[in-house]
Write a protein that binds this ligand. Sequence first.
Ligand SMILES: [Cu+2]
Length: 158
Amino acid sequence: MAGFRRAALAGAAVATALAAGSIVVACGAGSPSTAATVKLSVEGSYIPLPAGDGMAAGYLTVRNDGSGGDRLLRVTSPGAGSVTLHHSTDTSMTEVESLPVPARGTLELARGGNHLMIMGWQKPPAVGDHLELDLTFEHAGTIAVQVPVKPLTYRPGS
Ligand SMILES: [Cu+2]
């Protein structure tokens, strides 16, 4: 909730949608015609059903159709105690402070790469459930996404 309040104080908007969130903001002090904008949408989110210890990964794509870059700073959930940002390599993974969303590009959280680590579920997740994730960005504010829990072996597009 602190994140929401901070975002609201900063004048950012909060968007909620069932399958995808989208938000547009202008930033920078320039005139409207020259200011960089970020135009974010969240696509393809899912959580493979955790194997049993309650620790789950979260995957999604943040698309930026704007001319300015942004940064994913924090993810929280009303249904989970902790959500952290992880960077993976072939042999290890480390928690990171933030992840960049390039201008006119995407931030991909996908198997084998960057991902969310979700712990402390309030109730054991089941396939078909949705978990709200509140993604807070440096410029775009907070976007809430309802993320579906999928079978452990689910692959996007399959
Ligand atoms: Cu991880």
